[in-house]
Design a protein around this ligand. Sequence first.
Ligand code: C2E
Ligand code: CA
Ligand code: CA
Length: 729
Amino acid sequence: MQKFAFSEGRRGQLSVIAVATVFILVATVLARLVAVSINTLTTTADAIDDGRARHATAGALQSLRKQLGATLRDNAYWDDAFEQINSDARVDWTVENWGSTTADYPLYDTAIVVDSHNLPVIAYRNGMPMDVPPRQFFNSFEPLLNAARRAGSSDPVPVHFAHSSAGTALIGAAAIQPFERDPSSKPEDFYVLVFAKHITPQVVAEVSENVNIAGLSLDAYPIPGRLEAMLTDVIGNRVAVFTWPSEAPGTKSYAMVRGDLQAAGAVLALFLCGIGAAGAVTVRNLKASESRSRYKALHDALTGLLNRAGLLESIARESAEANSNDVDIKLHFIDLDGFKAVNDAWGHSVGDDLIVAVAHRLTGALPENAVIARLGGDEFGVVTIENPLLLPAFDVGHQIQVALATVFEIGGRTIEIGASVGVAISPSGKVETGELIRRADIALYRAKDIGRGVIVEFEDSFDDDTNRRAALEAQLRTTLTNGGIDVSFQPLIDARSGAICGVEALARWVTEGGDRIGPDVFIPLAERSGLIDLLGMQVLKKSLEAAASWPDISLAVNVSPLQLKNPRFVKQVTDALALARFDPSRLSIELTEGVLISNPGQARRAIDGLKAAGIKIALDDFGSGFASIGTLRQFGFDRMKVDRSLIVALDHDQNAGAVLHATIALANSLDIPVTAEGIETEAQAQVLRVSGCEALQGYLFSKPISAEQLTDAYFASSGCGRHEDQSAA
Ligand code: C2E
Ligand code: CA
Ligand code: CA
């Protein structure tokens, strides 16, 4: 369950990290794609517009050339012009038609006519004769003339750019000839007409306007960062360049939206940061909740110590470490003695406070490296590491007992408890965790079985015992199912008359294998394995059956404190009495004092119920524990049975007689008759008779015997009499 919760938490954590990572990656890739796309768009738009501008400028230059070429063709391939140029009127005619036109003509500003020797006939510029010879004014003038003479009438008229003394000019030349050219005519004999148009700022402005390019200028050299269109001469060399700034519409558009894009980018970045932060917070929360639930899963809520799962985990961890360091692990299981009584007497909140106080004691008293856990109820576990080569400075089991031996002050109450401790050792951590726990459990069980305040270390032989006990338990179960528990009867003798006045029923068990198992073994076994109710009722019924045939003597039956826990106990007893038609006042139930202390309420209810049915109650084994005469009266006991230990003491303890005497006298003063058990000698019997004991029981009179033997010995002939010949059961 908890494991599931862990893996669930971890899975959640991983998926959050994964989703956040994927999200951030995708967002980053998208942002990058957008940036690249914007850049591509911008540069492509810029490039397209640059191309358009270059194309338009080149087109404008081309049309300038074509225009000049066409003008030249119109003027040179002209019958009239050919006639006039070859007449004496040539100078006047050419000045009038071409030279004076240069004054304010948009198509050309310079007009030159040369003869076959390339000598100028006229040379006019801006309406005036030129003061510099044309070949000095224009460079590469001569090659242009040659080209013009070479060109056929259908060839394009050569038009190029050239340097002139006035700047950069578009210059073209055509041989003056009739419209229909005489094929026999020689080009070198032709006069040649030259027109030139200077690229003035006005021309530049016109081009700029025509091609719709702002910032166009005529420059000698290309200018870095500006677009250009080359103006070339007749042999293709650069004369000048048109340059202009790139319109860069993409860049401009980008500049217009850059603010928005940056804002969007900022929002995206913020968004990503938000996701990252949210992811981090979620992961932290998940981690925190995981460690919280992990803490909860491994710790005891009341004391804050580790719980059983926590202890298991640390044993596994310490085992691995012990294995590599070659040291031993010692596991101690602690059970508080008398805790249940505290709980019963003062309630669970005092019990809880006591548990917390015990936890503090243990934490304070034990070495710092000891792992302490609360396993539930009043059970604790302690793990220590011990180097087998070194003698331990302290025995931890002993330390635990010392720590818990001092009284606890809780809510103004002084509470005394003790501890039973079971110990199991795992040499070099090699004993598997579950097995180590089992061994410590068995050792603790032993310790509790022996009595309070005992430390027991596990031994391999315990396992044999455990197995034997399990086998015995199975056998007892079978025996009980088959009604195979026998009952022996030990007579009670009237102290004054010496006659039999009652019997005590004592359970007997002979296994199928023929082994006699003592009640000191099988009664606790039945109590532990939940068979005591069955056993108790079987003994009661068999006893009632046997005793019914005997004359008016009492029948004493032993009852385990555990039987009183059964709410139907009283009813079962009265039913059995009714079934056997047995007078309830002849039946005496023997209880030991333990139940009065451990569960007084329960004892009182059962005692009251039994007494109400007319049944007598006897306090068994008086003097072996702490019960006082007051207890007898408090619970309304009808009889007291003095324990054999007080009788045995008569033989070696000088005070014993006086103690016994006072005890019996006190009981008698309260009208509580006394039976003495375990009488083996006449001397003992004598002391008790003198002390006022009403009934005597012991080997001196008879061992426990079978119902038949008892009938034969006491009731076969006549009346009650003292039986001399005792036969053992
Ligand atoms: P108990 O009730 O004190 O029984 C008396 C025990 O003392 C019996 O032991 C009896 O055999 C023994 N005894 C009697 N006279 C003498 C004597 O002169 N000398 C010595 N040394 N011993 C004597 P037993 O039968 O072994 O029973 C032991 C205990 O087992 C009983 O102690 C009783 O507490 C318990 N017990 C026996 N039968 C039952 C039963 O049916 N139900 C329950 N709940 N307990 C039973
Ligand atoms: Ca008894
Ligand atoms: Ca007894």
